[in-house]
Design a protein. Structure first.
Length: 532
């Protein structure tokens, strides 16, 4: 492990030395170098049709189609999803107990294997917890603040709608993730869109299309792991750390990023499962504390709740002071931030869910539909209410400077900084709490996404140790880039990479959704047989 950490230092230390001798700080130089890359990918991925990014039309339209085709599974099967997570239907799995150890996120999950068969490696709850740790993070804190800063309270309404529709998409892709997963001779599971696109389309006589689409997905997923799953997380962690510590150095971001890269590197390069197991316990605890803090603020301002919801609904259809332009603008902001946060349609979560221990692929699809509900409908809405209540007296102007930044007391805030300011208004020393939460959420999300990216990397370059280590070092480098670059360039690149995954993933979903219906029927029949 030491030689790989030394490789990371060898790449970064010359940049730090150069920055000290240059007129510009390292943060500015990294941002200037990264901005053209961000702009290019953003323009390519978000090409527009009649003023609307096609990828959002595809994403939302597909979610609506799946919702209708499967008879509103987000509502009809919500109870069954909860019961599946609770283990109520475990008896239909043939009497095999679920694995009791948790799935690590460093790419080596074979130690979790208890029953080396094609039934998988982890329980329904563990798969859900792993996937949720990859979605519940700074998209809920910084992303929501960005949406409201740009689109006003009305963006919250469209975030909720997108979250509810996304439950159906998540159900489809995670069912397919289990159905077409690959289990090697040692019992290690490899799954996700790369596999169901390749195998599923081959079954239907479109082998070449399947191979091409799977390769593109793997490439975009690696980009997503470097962007939304990494750089965007380290970017927001750096924002709150710099604000808390009052750092103004021109190279502060790069230095913070280097420290975070070392921490993440120890976990994903060294494979220290003890540290990962501690993170698995601490992050859910912080998530609960975050929800409790949101509830405290919301309930402490109980009389303002109806006004906040009134603004959300009114400005969803009649926006005022919006920096993105009319109803369509606020709708797009809401959908974009919700899709980024819960990743429904991107296919990433199916990589984690594919490792579940089950004989019924649809069982995990039902479990997975809970993710967008937890992530977007519950947590994102709570964050939005806190910010809207905070801004009841017009603390900042919705629309801001058009890039997600707003002025509060003469100072510019963006992303997690806006949420932090809102918390500080009602809870003493909340800036310390929120900083810790943001950093832990960031690290947790980076670890989860390193697993997603690594699985895609393995699909492209094989399952050897050298290929694995190459990916992990590159991943750590992007931690530093994210911390040093500006929020605008990082989030533009992150959005582009996450949404790029939608295109090849949807090819698989549209070819294979009849398989999902068949598997759902099979699972529901098994439940009925037990009850009878």
């Amino acid at each position: 492990m030491k030689k790989y950490l030394l490789s990371l230092f060898t790449l970064i230390l010359p940049l730090l030395t150069y920055a000290q001798e240059a007129e510009k700080g390292l943060d500015q130089r990294i941002d200037e170098a990264f901005q053209p890359v961000s702009d290019f990918f953003s323009k390519v991925i978000f090409f527009e049709i009649m003023g609307t990014p096609f990828v959002l039309i595809l994403l939302v339209g597909s979610a609506a189609f799946f919702t209708i085709y499967f008879g509103f599974p987000n509502i009809r099967y919500f109870g069954k999803a909860i019961n599946t997570v609770r283990g109520k239907y475990d008896e239909i799995e043939g009497g095999h107990e679920a694995a009791e150890t948790s799935m690590t996120i460093d790419g080596d999950i074979r130690d979790t294997i208890r029953d080396e068969s094609q039934e998988g490696e982890v329980s329904h709850f563990q798969a859900l917890a792993t996937a949720v740790s990859g979605t519940v993070g700074n998209g809920n804190i910084a992303g929501v603040a960005l949406a409201i800063a740009l689109g006003g309270p009305g963006a919250t309404f469209w975030m909720i709608i997108c979250g509810l529709l996304g439950m159906s998409t998540k159900f489809v892709e995670c069912t397919l993730g289990v159905q077409y997963r690959d289990v090697d001779e040692e019992g290690t599971v490899y799954g996700g869109p790369m596999y169901y696109i390749t195998r599923g389309l081959k079954e239907r006589g479109f082998a070449t299309l399947g191979k091409v689409a799977a390769v593109f997905f793997a490439i975009f997923c690696i980009g997503g792991s470097f962007g939304g799953g990494n750089a965007a997380q380290s970017n927001q962690a750096t924002v709150v750390l710099k604000e808390l510590m009052g750092l103004e150095s021109a190279s502060a971001g790069a230095i913070i990023g280097l420290i975070m890269a070392i921490v993440v590197g120890i976990i994903i390069i060294g494979g220290i499962k003890r540290i990962a197991s501690v993170t698995e316990k601490v992050v859910p605890f912080m998530a609960v504390l975050y929800i409790v803090a949101c509830l405290y603020i919301i309930l402490s301002n109980f009389s303002a709740i109806d006004d906040a919801f009134g603004l959300i609904f009114a400005e969803a259809f009649n926006p005022k002071a919006i920096g993105v332009g009319g109803v369509i603008g606020v709708l797009l902001v809401g959908f974009q931030r919700a899709a980024f946060s819960n990743e429904a349609g991107a296919g990433s979560a199916s990589i984690a869910h594919s490792a579940v221990k089950t004989k019924y692929s649809a069982s995990e699809g039902l479990v997975a539909l809970l993710e967008p509900f937890i992530d977007t409908v519950v947590i994102c809405t709570m964050t939005a209410l806190v910010i809207i209540i905070f801004n009841t007296g017009g603390v900042f102007e919705y629309g801001g400077d058009g890039t997600g930044g707003v002025l509060i007391d003469g100072m510019r805030y963006e992303g997690a900084g806006i949420t932090s300011k809102a918390f500080a208004e009602y809870i003493p020393y909340s800036n310390v709490f929120l900083t810790i939460a943001v950093v832990l959420f960031a690290v947790s999300t980076m670890i989860s996404w390193s697993y997603y990216g690594l699985q895609s990397w393995k699909f492209l370059f094989g399952r050897g140790k050298t290929a694995d280590m190459t990916y992990k070092i590159l991943f750590c480098v992007f931690v530093i880039i994210g911390a040093a670059a500006s929020m605008g360039s990082i989030w533009a690149f992150s959005d582009a990479m996450i949404f790029a995954m939608v295109f090849p993933n949807m090819i698989g979903l549209y070819f294979l959704f009849p398989v999902v219906k068949k598997q759902l029927r099979r699972y529901l029949d098994a439940i009925k047989a037990v009850k009878a």
